[in-house]
Structures are given as structure tokens and as C-alpha cells.
Design a protein around this ligand. Structure first.
Ligand SMILES: NC(=O)c1ccc[n+]([C@@H]2O[C@H](COP(=O)([O-])OP(=O)(O)OC[C@H]3O[C@@H](n4cnc5c(N)ncnc54)[C@H](O)[C@@H]3O)[C@@H](O)[C@H]2O)c1
Length: 249
């Protein structure tokens, strides 16, 4: 129960890895704010956390919209008294449109970056003051190994999250707020099954040291570690959780 009496916001927690993060945090005692665009899925996850004996609030949130993230932060404070942890997991990934860098409509680039880059910054701005008032906090940004793979606008957005992680960690250390990122390898979610053709997933898995695709549950331990006091002197780090996909000296 590392998160007993603590409050965590997980963006994009309506399905997939975000859902696993939210449920993992709730299982260790955190009250959860499920900040999700998809109301049906967000309500389902919050309901399931409560049915399991936890505390959860669904807040319909568009992380790309400042008014919406500010309202989410206020709702979190009203419901639970403050915020200790934030996981910036929301992204356009399920159903993402596929273009090359040369033919992508610039409108799509703008929308993609508003959600996948600006979203993490806006959600952070919505909760950092509450974290400060409570003596500090921790943030995990959800990157991807795609950041290191010349993977077009998806990878570029994740690289930008690395920069946001480094800059926010530098700016917020004096507030006792730690900021880290997780870079997952291929994880078996409905989004991945929809976006990546099956044969390509098999090829990627063949290249991993651990010859299997990751499950959302494989991601949870690292996220909870980075948020918890077990990582009390860890900040500004990008941690790959990827079955050995990326090896960096
Ligand atoms: N699954 C993988 O293999 C994998 C690998 C590396 C990184 N990631 C990253 O992990 C995260 C979750 O991945 P997933 O597979 O669960 O994908 P997913 O697409 O199922 O999850 C994203 C969630 O974010 C929500 N969302 C989208 N736009 C939003 C917005 N504007 N405001 C609020 N919520 C919004 C979606 O409704 C969804 O619930 C994403 O950041 C993704 O880029 C996934």
C-alpha cells in the first residue's frame, strides 16, 4: 500500500496501459482520477476501481485543451483534497492515421502534437501547484521506444516528451516534484493490434531479448516504482521497459 491516502491522476486511463496504471495505483491505496476523453471507457474504469473497493473519479478530459485540463485539476482537488501523482499517458495512438513525414496533412500534425506533446504539459500545469502545497509529488510521462527509431511524427512527439521530462524535472526539483518517463516497447493492447499489422509485431518480438510482446501489466511495476518513494532520488530519467528492444550505451 505505497500510495495509501495519496491521490493520482492518470490521463488516458480508459483502456490499455493507462487502465492498468490506474488499477495498479488503486490496488496500492491511491484515490484515482481517471482523466479520459472517452466517457464510456473512463466511467467503466472508475466504476471497476470502486467495485474493487478503491476510490475513483472519472473526469471527462481533453488533454489538448487547457480549459479542460484546468477543470480536471480543480475536480481532482475538490473530490480528493489535492494531487500527489500524475501519469501523462494519454495520446493519439489507437486509430492513429498513417502518413509519411512528406505527405502528412499539417492539420493532422498540429492535432497530433496538441494531444501527444502539449497534453503532458497542460496536465502538469493543472496539478503541480497542488503537488507543491502537499510537499511534493511525482510525474511519469509515457514515451515509447519509437522515440529512438526515426518513427515519424509518433516518435517525434515522444522525443518531445523526453525534453519536457528533462525541463520539468529541472524546473520543479525545488518543489520536490520528480519527473521521469517510461519508454515501453511493443505492448499488447487493442490500440497496438489495430495500428501495427500482426506480421510486423512478430518481427519486432523476434528482435527482442525477451521473446514475447509486453502486456499492460508488465508496465505497471515500473510506473509505480517511479512514482513511489522507492524512487525518491530519481528524476529526469527515461526508463525503457521493452523486453530488451533498445540497447543504449
Ligand atoms: N501499446 C504499445 O505498444 C505502446 C508502446 C509504447 C508507448 N505506448 C504509449 O502508451 C500510451 C497508452 O498506449 P495504449 O496502447 O494503451 O493506447 P490507447 O490508444 O489505447 O490509449 C490512449 C488513451 O488515451 C485516450 N486519449 C486519446 N486522446 C485523448 C485526449 N485528447 N485527452 C484525454 N485522453 C485521450 C484514449 O481514449 C485512450 O484511452 C500511449 O501514450 C502510447 O503512445 C504504447
Amino acid at each position: 500500500m505505497r500510495f495509501k491516502d495519496k491521490v493520482a491522476v492518470v490521463t488516458g486511463a480508459g483502456q490499455g496501459i493507462g487502465e492498468a496504471y490506474a488499477k495498479g495505483l488503486a490496488a496500492e491505496g491511491a484515490a484515482l482520477v481517471v482523466a479520459e476523453l472517452n466517457a464510456e471507457q473512463g466511467q467503466r474504469v472508475a466504476g471497476e476501481i470502486e467495485a474493487a473497493g478503491g476510490r475513483a473519479l472519472f473526469v471527462e478530459t481533453d488533454v489538448s485543451n487547457e480549459e479542460s485540463t484546468v477543470a480536471m485539476g480543480k475536480a481532482a482537488v475538490e473530490a480528493f483534497g489535492g494531487v500527489d501523482y500524475l501519469v501523462n499517458n494519454a495520446a493519439i495512438y489507437a486509430g492513429m492515421e498513417m502518413y509519411s513525414m512528406l505527405d502528412m496533412p499539417m492539420d493532422y500534425w498540429d492535432r497530433f502534437m496538441r494531444v501527444n506533446v502539449n497534453g503532458a504539459l497542460l496536465a502538469t500545469r493543472a496539478v503541480y501547484e497542488s503537488m507543491t502545497e502537499r510537499g511534493g509529488g511525482a510525474i511519469v510521462n509515457q514515451s515509447s521506444t519509437a522515440a529512438w527509431m526515426a518513427a515519424g511524427y509518433y516518435g517525434i512527439a515522444k522525443l518531445a516528451l523526453h525534453g519536457i521530462t528533462h525541463s520539468l524535472a529541472a524546473e520543479m526539483g525545488w518543489r520536490n516534484i520528480r519527473v521521469n518517463a517510461i519508454a515501453p516497447g511493443p505492448v499488447d493492447t487493442a490500440a497496438t493490434r489495430g495500428v501495427v499489422p500482426e506480421g510486423i509485431i512478430d518481427d519486432i518480438v523476434n528482435g527482442l531479448h525477451l521473446k514475447r510482446v509486453g502486456q499492460p501489466t508488465d508496465m505497471v511495476g515500473t510506473c509505480l516504482f517511479l512514482l513511489s518513494d522507492d524512487a525518491s532520488w530519481v528524476t529526469a530519467q527515461i526508463l525503457a521497459v521493452d523486453g530488451g528492444q533498445i540497447i543504449r550505451a
